[in-house]
Design a protein around this ligand. Structure first.
Ligand SMILES: [Mn+2]
Length: 603
């Protein structure tokens, strides 16, 4: 699912659509870029096509517009009302006060809870737009029982797997902000219903300042359910830490508020943590369809990763990796990154490695930060195939971000990059130049944490955990996107023998990632941009790089603004990009179609 720019991406989607995995990339609040970034990534859907789109898609679009206007309004407000700006305060103090008030567990068994009256009070009724509040079909959720049967999506071998008999119970921490009642309740019921009783110490709900406090309060009547409520919006990271701080069990399990645990989900997670407390483990995240709440099994061949833009993505395992697993299909999968919403971690390890970065706001970047931190500070991240939890993947955020989602995401991500990536952060700045302008606040506490824990350098992480991420060569002269105004050179999904084109820049790497090597190659993976004739007006193509092949050797020309074939008077030109692809024409410094710049240039 790497490339959103051209044919390659669509090939992926076609390949994966059978499992609805494209939805995973659209993740709303646990994994994916906030709406602005996604808007860029999906600019291939021209808005005109909406007139032919199914009704619910058109409606979703109109909602999106309304949402955008609302958010713009909120941003304006924030400018005029600085008291809306969030400040970190003494969370421990708040938690202690709250504990006195809220630490009374309810006395109703979960099976006895009056689901109907709880859900009916906020039920989506005829005539209402049931997408407007949650950005999924609330009516479908309201009509789905909390203890419904879902397909057991595990590998057959999981059903006979044995676990330690002395597993430690867990506290489940669920944070929420304006979650649909039926969805939140189903998350809770599935935890109780699909787990051995003695392994659930409690469920801690952290209400991150939802509009209606009773959404959470009413659930506190259930035995073993505790509810704490923030008195202002704190965001995912600080809310989770509040929940973790009052947790009584030795093991923490974080879930999103729109999940559904499947058969036997918990024991494989607890067993792995029991084996080594430094393991941080996630289930395979199945898909709950946002329109009809159908539960769909996800592929077991995915790992979490990212490009230099530092946006989470799912990487399909290589054929070699998949081959290796055929004899051990349910072995844990080491993953460079976790999606972030759902994982189990030993409480003392969570505390030892510094919980979360409490200066991160709302959402985004926290999964990147905890992933780097766990790996670099001597832990490990794993996906456990025998653990399956469904999650409602959405196409947009259901809630507004104080400060605007793009800004918050960039700030959080930059904090993670500054603390953990050493000089490799330069590649992030090359991929996302605007990140350099973001105010990222004080990171001194996180830097000293890294020193105290004697964490490994980012280079170790790249070499040992994520060798698949292509690192620009130290010897490269330039790297990144090759830009012409807002268009970028693009392989259009072609491979050896294929032509090149231009496509709107997305700065997400993939088909728009090139390096300019010291030998003069313009390189994409192991392919080099080659002229196909010494006469002007002919297309250039991608071919295997060959040492000394003068048809592949380029130089920066006209003060670095043009790309000229070193031994011929031919320059790379986009004039006929739409008709036949990029061509090599006689160099002409007056032509804008011959101007090219790299996002990261050493010269
Ligand atoms: Mn989520």
């Amino acid at each position: 699912m790497k490339y959103c720019d051209s044919k390659g991406y669509h090939a992926w989607i076609v390949q994966l659509r059978s499992n609805d995995l494209n939805e995973i990339q659209e993740e709303g609040d646990g994994a994916n870029p906030p709406r602005e970034e996604r808007h860029v990534l999906h600019q291939r859907n021209p808005l005109d096509s909406l007139s032919q789109a199914p009704k619910h898609q058109r409606e979703a679009h109109h909602q999106k517009e309304a949402h955008r206007q609302r958010e713009a309004h909120h941003q304006k407000e924030a400018v005029h009302q600085p008291q809306h700006v969030e400040k970190v305060h003494n969370v421990n103090q708040v938690v202690r006060q709250q504990q006195d008030v809220d630490d009374e567990p309810g006395d109703i068994e979960w099976k006895e809870f009056d689901e109907k009256s709880y859900v009916d009070k906020k039920r989506c009724t005829a005539g209402q737009d049931c997408y407007v509040r949650n950005k999924f079909n609330q009516l479908a959720s309201d009509n789905t029982k909390s203890n419904r049967h879902v397909p057991d999506t595990r590998h057959n071998l999981c059903k006979v797997e044995r676990f330690r008999s002395n597993l430690d119970p867990t506290s489940v921490v669920i944070t929420f902000h304006n979650e649909a009642r039926s969805t939140l309740l189903r998350t809770i019921v599935s935890v109780f219903n699909k787990s051995p009783d003695h392994l659930i110490r409690e469920i801690i709900l952290v209400d991150d300042f939802s509009d209606d406090p009773s959404d959470g309060e009413e659930l506190a009547k259930i035995k073993r359910v505790k509810v704490i409520r923030n008195e202002k919006r704190e965001g995912l990271m600080r809310s989770r830490v509040k929940g973790a701080d009052i947790a009584k069990a030795k093991i923490l399990t974080f879930l999103d508020s729109h999940c559904e645990c499947n058969e036997g989900w918990l024991e494989p997670l607890l067993d792995r943590v029991k084996g080594d407390r430094r393991r941080v483990v996630s289930p395979i995240i199945d898909v709950i369809n946002m329109d009809n709440f159908e539960y769909i099994g996800a592929s077991a061949d995915l790992k979490g990763g990212f490009d230099w833009n530092l946006v989470f993505k799912w990487d399909y395992m290589t054929p070699e990796e998949r081959n290796k697993r055929t004899d051990h299909p349910i072995d844990p999968i080491r993953t460079p990154m976790i999606a972030g919403g759902l994982f189990t971690i030993s409480k003392d390890w969570f505390e030892e490695i510094g919980k979360y970065d409490m200066k991160m706001d709302v959402w985004g970047g926290e999964n990147l930060e905890i992933s780097f931190r766990v790996w670099q500070c001597h832990g490990a991240l794993e996906i456990i195939p025998c653990s399956r939890v469904g999650h409602v993947f959405r196409k947009q955020h259901p809630y507004t971000f104080p400060g605007g989602s793009g800004n918050v995401f960039a700030r959080n991500t930059r904090r993670a990059a500054e603390v953990w990536m050493d000089s490799y952060k330069e590649f992030y700045f090359a991929a996302v130049p605007s990140a350099k302008l973001v105010d990222f606040g004080d990171i001194s506490e996180r830097v000293s944490l890294r020193q105290k824990l004697q964490c490994k350098p980012f280079r170790w992480y790249l070499e040992n955990v994520y060798p698949e991420l292509k690192v620009p060569g130290r010897e490269d002269v330039a790297f990144g996107s090759i830009q012409q105004a807002n268009m970028c050179m693009d392989t259009m999904g072609n491979f050896a023998g294929g032509t090149l084109g231009v496509f709107p820049c997305h700065f997400a790497g993939g088909n728009q990632e090139f390096s300019f090597t010291k030998e003069g190659f313009i390189r994409h993976l192991d392919l080099c941009v080659s002229i196909t004739s010494v006469q002007p007006g002919n297309v250039v193509k991608l071919f295997q790089c060959q040492d000394g092949n003068t048809m592949q050797i380029w130089e920066r020309y006209n003060e670095g603004t043009m790309l000229k074939c070193r031994d011929f008077n031919l320059c790379l030109d986009s004039q006929e990009a739409q008709m036949k692809g990029l061509v090599a024409n006689e160099c002409d410094t007056s032509l804008s179609t011959q101007q090219w710049g790299f996002t990261l240039s050493k010269s």
